[in-house]
Design a protein around this ligand. Structure first.
Ligand code: MN
Length: 408
């Protein structure tokens, strides 16, 4: 008979806007047995709103079973999608969402990973780093099909283009994994700002340090910035530990080198263990550190978009030259074709320096369905100064294709 023991989770996280982006559109959440990373996308404040809306929706939802968590992600998708439709300035926003949760139902405890998009969950076990999630991105699909290799994928101009995201469509398909945790497992949830700068071996190198999870998360984010910091990067590190259930003593050993500040979770905040717990093989015990919840951002954005713009202007003055180039490269829009679909890209066609165009809006219009005339109109459409202009242009394509006015 195995000695009853208590499963303990210890975690820490870090997020940074990086060296190029004007704001941080990543969001994260860590709480009793639920860990989430989201990476928002969309112009104006859309990315931040989408990521924070989705994280909050999942965080506040009912917990306990795998289906509760799945329903929460479905609900998050609905919420982001409806908000995007209701508010014109948020149109087209979406977010990745990856979550690790403890399923407390049944005799033992299982871990659940849910994923939509290209944020990742890794498991580090026996010095091996394994990506548990599958990226829902255009280049990841090319790699899976064998069309390009990892190296080509890492520099592909459309490596940021998602094939699945929260909020883009009324429905969402969610990947799901359920598995048994083992003592010593270390889980890493991260946004692509980390994985575009560091390959798996570089990440594994840092994880080998038997360090505090918060310190490792901060080191990984800092290393992503050293490698260029071209995107927001977010890392949550979750360690699985155990202690015998025979003692009721509070665990102390991990608290000594805890340099956390805000929102620290102390061990004595752990919910009381029910009387029958001694009969179970495992009991959940969680503590964490240095987790900054960023869900406040959404409220702030709603209250004052103007304040956010002022912050943006101030940011411009601190890095005027780099930003001027970036502004030029990223100002305006152009209509492009990605994966056979007509899309609106923000920025100059082809990019400039490291300022590549970013996907502003994905459409269901397939290039192959357009007439020759419209295909050449699209090819010659060039630079457009406003999103309205680009959308109006796309609408003319749509009208010809789907309008049905000619009754053909
Ligand atoms: Mn990102």
């Amino acid at each position: 008979m195995t000695t009853p023991s208590r499963l303990m989770l210890s975690w820490g996280g870090a997020t940074d806007q990086g060296r190029v982006r004007a704001n941080n559109q990543d969001a994260m959440y860590a709480d009793w047995g639920l860990f989430i990373v989201a990476d928002g996308m969309g112009g104006h404040q859309g990315g931040e709103v989408a990521a924070n809306l989705a994280v909050r929706a999942v965080a506040k939802a009912e917990r306990g079973s795998v289906s509760d968590l799945r329903n929460a992600v479905v609900e998050a998708n609905r919420l982001v999608h409806e908000t995007a439709i209701a508010q014109p300035e948020l149109h087209g926003m979406g977010t990745t969402l990856t979550a690790l949760a403890v399923d407390q139902h049944g005799e033992g405890h299982q871990f659940v990973v849910l994923n939509v998009g290209d944020s990742r969950v890794y498991r580090y076990r026996d010095n091996q780093l394994e990506q548990l999630t599958e990226d829902h991105s255009y280049v990841a699909e090319l790699v899976r099909r064998g069309d390009i290799d990892d190296e080509a994928a890492s520099v592909h101009p459309y490596r940021n283009m998602l094939t699945r995201a929260i909020g883009v469509h009324p429905d969402v398909e969610i990947d799901e994994w359920v598995f048994e945790p083992a003592v010593g497992d270390r889980f890493i949830l991260c946004s692509d700002g980390l994985t575009n700068e560091l390959d798996d071996s570089a990440i594994a190198e840092q994880l080998a340090n038997a360090d505090d999870p918060g310190a490792i998360a901060q080191a990984l984010v800092a290393t992503a910035n050293e490698h260029g910091g071209r995107d927001n990067s977010t890392v949550l590190v979750v360690d699985v530990q155990a202690e015998p259930l025979t003692t009721k003593d509070e665990p102390r050993e991990a608290a000594e080198d805890d340099d956390s500040t805000d929102l620290e979770h102390k061990s004595d905040e752990t919910p009381d263990i029910p009387d029958h717990a001694a009969g179970e093989a495992f009991e959940i015990r969680v503590r964490g550190s240095t987790v900054k919840q960023r869900s406040w951002l959404y409220d702030q954005v709603r209250i004052s978009l103007g304040a956010a713009l002022i912050t943006l202007v101030l940011t411009v003055t601190t890095a005027a030259m780099v930003f001027t180039i970036g502004w030029y490269a990223r100002s305006g829009y152009h209509v492009d074709v990605v994966a056979n679909h007509v899309v609106i890209q923000k920025g100059r066609s082809g990019g400039l320096l490291w300022f590549e165009p970013t996907l502003e809006q994905w459409t269901e219009i397939q290039i192959s369905e357009l007439s020759d005339t419209d295909q050449s109109r699209l090819a010659n459409s060039g630079h457009m100064s406003t999103l309205d202009e680009a959308q109006s242009f796309v609408a003319t394509l749509q009208t010809r294709q789907f309008g049905g006015e000619d009754g053909s």
